[in-house]
Design a protein around this ligand. Structure first.
Ligand code: 5GP
Ligand code: ZN
Length: 138
């Protein structure tokens, strides 16, 4: 049994404020919200990150994200959203169970965009990077 706080939430050991739930996905209010209605969406099975979840469940997760956003839309009527996840310690992942943050956005809330997370593109030009990708198969 993995000692994981989000597994404890899915199995009911730790309570949560559920926003959306189906048999494979759970969405609940973040305990330290950065926006009104800040919600995290998780697969019910333990997977540390996006690479570790099988593609069938990734498909379910994607639909769960959409339905969660529809529910937030209905209850809070935000003006927009930022949606994403922190993958890896360097990117700020603290809980090692994949979770997608949904940050509802409101006119005048003072927040930024995805572009405000990082602005350090490195030495290589976009053209050089493009050649690296073109030379590599998946
Ligand atoms: P991370 O930095 O790993 O991407 O985000 C983890 C998120 O989980 C944080 O925003 C944090 O507030 C939230 N969180 C951590 N523990 C709990 C908990 O026990 N309950 C809830 N609802 N959220 C939690
Ligand atoms: Zn877990």
């Amino acid at each position: 049994m993995i000692d994981c706080i989000f597994c404890k939430i899915t199995n009911g050991e730790i309570p949560n404020y559920t926003v959306y739930e189906d048999e494979k996905v759970l969405a609940f209010l973040d305990i330290h919200p950065h926006a009104k209605g800040h919600t995290v969406v998780i697969p019910k099975v333990h997977a540390e990150n996006y690479f570790d979840l099988n593609e069938d469940l990734l498909g379910h997760l994607s639909i769960g994200i959409k339905r969660t956003m529809e529910k937030i839309d209905k209850v809070l009527s935000p003006d927009g959203y930022n949606v994403g996840w922190n993958q890896g310690l360097v990117a700020g992942q603290v809980v090692p169970h994949l979770h997608i943050h949904i940050m509802p956005r409101y006119e005048g809330d003072g927040g930024g965009s995805m572009h405000s997370i990082i602005n350090s593109a490195g030495e290589k030009t976009v053209e050089e990077l493009g050649k690296l990708f073109a030379a590599s198969s998946l």
